[in-house]
Write a protein that binds this ligand. Structure first.
Ligand SMILES: [Zn+2]
Length: 196
């Protein structure tokens, strides 16, 4: 379980920012973990802002919604750079579904953290073929704290870190949930992939 390095309001002038990354496959609880951390920051009376790419409209336009229906209001943005302006004077910036931004989000996270903000990014670390999902590799490199969460393999019940796409489409981004993807462990993922 991730423990915050410091939550209390210290002197704003010596406030140090940092970057946290929450990554994993689909159904691994990334958004739930992001919401858990943001709720704790709210309890600590910190000012929290949440953003997500406007491409992800699976649920409500203005909410970060996890699959278990706990929700926090969020602002959809088209470009990562928009977040620098919109973050204003908040203490904590949460960004969900970060894999749908391009690599400029790495610069954005750095600018925000250097300005003294706590930046928490959640997203997929691998695509449906099991390859690293840009920009996550770069974010993992610049983050102070990295948490990898795991799903449960729907074939064998072991820990899963892969998102297996049930349909045949080859596009990198296919939005969808239970009807389109299943979590898989390494063994089951590569076995099933070789049979496609
Ligand atoms: Zn398995």
């Amino acid at each position: 379980m991730f423990i915050e390095p410091s939550l209390g309001k210290s002197n704003p002038k010596d406030k140090k920012g940092h970057i946290e990354v929450i990554c994993g496959s689909m159904f691994s609880g990334k958004t739930e973990e992001l919401i858990r951390r943001l709720n704790r920051a709210l309890i600590a009376r910190q000012k929290v802002e949440i953003f997500k790419p406007s491409i992800d409209k699976r649920y409500h336009e203005f909410d970060v919604v996890s699959h278990n229906e706990t929700a926090i209001r969020s602002t959809p943005v088209q470009f990562a750079e928009d977040i620098i302006l919109l973050a204003g004077n908040c203490d904590v910036v949460g960004i969900d579904e970060v894999q749908f931004f391009d690599n400029r989000v790495v610069h954005v996270a750095t600018v925000l953290a250097n300005a003294g903000k706590r930046v928490i990014l959640a997203g997929l670390d691998m695509d449906f073929e099991g390859n690293p999902f840009e920009p996550m590799p770069q974010l993992l490199a610049v983050a102070e704290y990295v948490t990898k969460v795991h799903a449960i393999c729907m074939k064998c019940g072991d820990l899963a870190s892969y998102s297996f796409r049930l349909s045949e489409t080859r596009e990198k981004v296919v939005l969808g949930e239970k009807e389109s993807y299943e979590a898989r462990c390494r063994k089951c993922f590569f076995e099933d992939k070789s049979q496609k």
